[in-house]
Ligand binder design. Structure first.
Ligand code: G3H
Ligand code: 13P
Ligand code: ZN
Length: 289
């Protein structure tokens, strides 16, 4: 069932649990993620990026997610969140289309402009009963020898994070604490989370934190991050890699199949398995904060 994002984020925050926010890009990933959440009865977020809005259309993606989540076979609460929007206008359009949480990512701007843009989105969103995620600090990859690491000078400064939250009134905060976006990191030794920085942010910022670039982060580190205030774990790359690995395998093994649906059944099942593994990694039975 599609619900308001606050019904997913706040119960998790209060119980010191974490939810996964999976990026969805089309019908196959939406079906697979909804089925994974349903199979494990785990409240879960769908994230939609600007690129996916361009690809599918804003109303199409909202209706796709809504229709799939509201199917009686889906026995989990799911919500729809806008990921890394860069303009006020996209946030407003997404809110009008039915998103119940939006991220305004002003992290590339100077701090004061990030505050100004984020506050403008918060003012509009809160009038419409929608949550806002902001971001301070940036996830920037730099090559260090044979390793890809996050630029430490761009990681979230705890005091600045506290000031940002106080000045903007955001509901959730994306933090840069060592993880990186995208597939490149998966082919290197994975970057390490700066847990001491995360702990300092956690001491100063009393709202749910979002860990971006969480693909590839081992389960034990996700759980440690959860114990230090991370309520939302963003996963895109692992879903994409699962999708394409499976699709390439099926296209090769079913070379003479001309019904795309026959190709996609196992692909959707594989993406579902990947999503289930991620949900299980954060299962409440593994411990609490
Ligand atoms: O954090 C960014 C997400 O992975 C979205 O990626 O803009 O290619 O859809 P995308
Ligand atoms: P990954 O690229 O690590 O999956 O991160 C996704 C993300 O942060 C989406 O906002
Ligand atoms: Zn992200």
């Amino acid at each position: 069932m599609l619900v308001h994002a606050r019904k997913i984020i706040y119960p998790a925050y209060r119980r010191r649990q974490a939810v996964v926010a999976f990026n969805t890009i089309n019908a196959e990933t939406t079906l697979a993620i909804a089925r994974a959440a349903s199979a494990l009865r785990r409240p879960t977020l769908f994230e939609v990026s600007e690129k996916t809005i361009t690809y599918l259309g804003l109303n199409t993606v909202v209706e796709l997610v809504r229709t799939i989540c509201d199917d009686p076979s889906i026995k989990a609460s799911l919500a729809i969140h806008l990921d890394h929007a860069h303009t006020y206008e996209i946030c407003v359009a997404a809110i009008k289309a039915g998103f119940t949480s939006v991220m305004i990512d002003g992290s590339a701007l100077p701090f004061s402009q990030n505050v100004k843009l984020t506050k403008r989105v918060v003012d509009y969103a809160h009038k419409h009963n929608v949550l806002v995620q902001g971001e301070v600090g940036a996830l920037k990859p730099v090559v260090k020898g044979a390793r890809l690491v996050a630029a430490s000078d761009l990681m979230t400064d705890p005091a600045q994070a506290r000031e940002f939250v106080a000045k903007t009134g955001v509901d959730t905060l994306g933090v840069a604490v060592g993880t990186l976006h995208g597939a490149m990191k998966m082919f290197h030794k994975l970057p390490q989370i700066d847990f001491s920085r995360l702990n300092s942010i956690h001491q100063l910022v009393k709202i749910p934190l979002a860990l971006h670039g969480a693909s590839g982060v081992p389960a034990k580190d996700l759980k440690k991050a959860r114990s230090l205030g991370v309520t939302i774990v963003n996963i895109d790359t692992e879903i994409r890699l699962s999708y394409l690995t499976s699709l390439r395998r099926e296209l090769k093994s079913q070379e003479h199949e001309y019904d795309p649906r026959v190709i996609f059944y196992p692909v959707i099942a594989d993406i579902q398995k990947t999503a289930e593994q991620k949900l299980k990694a954060l299962s409440t039975t593994y411990g609490t904060r």
